[in-house]
Design a protein around this ligand. Structure first.
Ligand code: 2IT
Length: 448
């Protein structure tokens, strides 16, 4: 019985990864939706496919020692989880945040396997990071940290091995410092790191790719249900890179963004968050303070609601763009109560499994993150191709490709769910479509 089989794998994950709730959560969500697939493909059980899939191919943990501005030595912990290379070299971001630990790294790397598979591009799944907090650090401190981080990471990466990029706490500045150190150590200018600035090989459009892709995906969800994005009232969380790109594209397509959030609370701006207000996200992010209160001071008419999440604001479409487990059961209840029909996940695993079940049981259509936010990594892979081909792609070329990729991801997730008789269930469909690509490649490559 496949039901028992799925439960068996979930038990294995819990047993083998005690004290790692984020990783257990991510695996559980995927494995449960694979039940009908495991039933249809008994060969996967014999091949130990799931047992192999839930075990990282390789993991490195390393000391990162650096000197702060006062001359004091600081020690952080660095990681790279190389989870699955069935479809291509490991690819995935690097996160610098105090919350980084093996569980967070493993959930992100595991999700990345299926996300990358969904793009249709030749990339495996990996993730890295450190428990370093760039907030409030000087430029010199960030540079010395990035160099110390790369002094170990460089030996594990490369264009045909593993290609890191940015994530939370890692933007163009950090990527620049890491790339500079990588190049110095390997004496090679190659495509091992993406998310670079355009002037030295970065991709036109990579910065906004994740957010743009999310809105293209949300648009597909709405259209598939006979609705239009124009005129819709939207609430997002976060104000980082993903939120910024999302806000830009929402404005362009005529949706009305009324709220965003930071760790200190949320901003409600009924006049609509557009133009210079979106530009201000970048200033907030670069302020090194990571709070949204200054927005309320700068734009009269907006309201700062301290200590609360924006999910209590009524909307047609919610797009969480901050951190994992941002939408919990009580938030899901608010969302359902507001009569919203759509949640499109921008951040990685922003919804708890409990909240996800509640939303879906109450008729909310959810665009899962591994599908909706895949535009970022897809453009990273295009950046690798640009660098390998010693060429430059125009913004128009990139955006056209991004749009096609997002529509394809939506359609393949919807089709996979249909094939298994699950209706318009993008959560299960994305898991199934991504998994099938990885599974076929793993079956073809033998027991490794
Ligand atoms: O979560 C993600 O997909 C990313 N942080 C981007 C990864 C990448 O390699 O561009």
């Amino acid at each position: 019985m496949s039901k028992n089989l799925a439960e068996k794998y979930i038990e294995i994950v819990k047993e083998r990864n005690p004290g790692e709730p984020e990783f257990q959560q991510a695996v559980e969500e995927v494995i449960r939706s694979l039940e009908p697939v495991l039933e249809k493909h008994p060969e996967f059980e014999k091949a130990g496919l799931i047992e192999r899939l839930i075990e990282p191919e390789r993991a490195v943990q390393f000391r990162v020692a650096w000197v702060d501005d006062s001359g004091q030595v600081q020690v952080n912990r660095g990681y790279r989880y190389q989870f699955n290379s069935a479809l291509g070299p490991y690819k995935g971001g690097v996160r610098f945040d105090p919350s980084v630990n093996p569980s967070v790294m493993k959930f992100l790397a595991f999700e990345q396997i299926f996300k990358n598979a969904l793009t249709g591009l030749p990339i495996g799944g990996g993730k890295g990071g450190a428990d370093f907090n760039p907030m409030g650090k000087s430029d010199g401190e960030v540079m010395r940290f990035c160099q110390a981080f790369m002094n170990e990471l460089y030996r594990h990466i490369g264009p045909y091995t593993d290609s890191p990029a940015g994530d939370l706490g890692v933007g163009p500045r950090e990527i620049g410092y890491m790339f500079g150190q990588y190049k110095k150590l390997v004496n090679r200018f190659d495509e091992a790191i993406t998310g670079k600035q355009i002037v030295y090989g970065g991709l036109n459009g990579r910065a906004e790719a994740t957010g743009f892709g999310i809105v293209y995906f949300a648009n597909c969800m709405l259209e598939a249900n006979g609705e239009k994005l124009a005129g819709k009232r939207v609430v997002i969380s976060g104000f980082g890179n993903v939120a910024w790109g999302t806000a830009l594209k929402l404005e362009e397509l005529g949706a009305k963004l009324v709220a965003f959030s930071g760790p200190d609370g949320y901003i409600l701006d009924e006049a609509g968050i557009t133009g210079e207000k979106i530009d201000y996200f970048l200033e907030l992010r670069n302020s090194g303070k990571n709070i949204c209160q200054p927005y309320a001071d700068k734009f009269p008419g907006s309201v700062f609601v301290p200590g609360k999440k924006p999910w209590e604001v009524e909307a047609d479409l919610y797009i969480p763009c901050a951190m994992q487990n941002d939408i919990r059961l009580e938030d899901a209840k608010n969302i359902v109560a507001s009569g919203a029909k759509f949640v499109c996940e921008g951040a990685n695993m922003p919804t708890t499994n409990e909240a996800l079940d509640y939303l879906m049981q109450n008729g909310v259509i959810v665009g899962p993150c591994k599908a909706a936010n895949a535009g970022g990594v897809a453009c990273s892979c295009i950046e690798m191709g640009q660098n390998a081909g010693h060429t430059v792609f125009s913004p128009e070329q990139v955006h056209a490709q991004l749009k096609t990729i997002m529509v394809n991801i939506h359609d393949s997730a919807a089709k996979a769910a249909q094939e298994y008789g699950l209706g318009y269930n993008l959560v299960a469909g994305a898991n199934i479509a991504g998994f099938m690509k990885v599974a076929q490649a793993m079956m073809a490559q033998g027991v490794v």
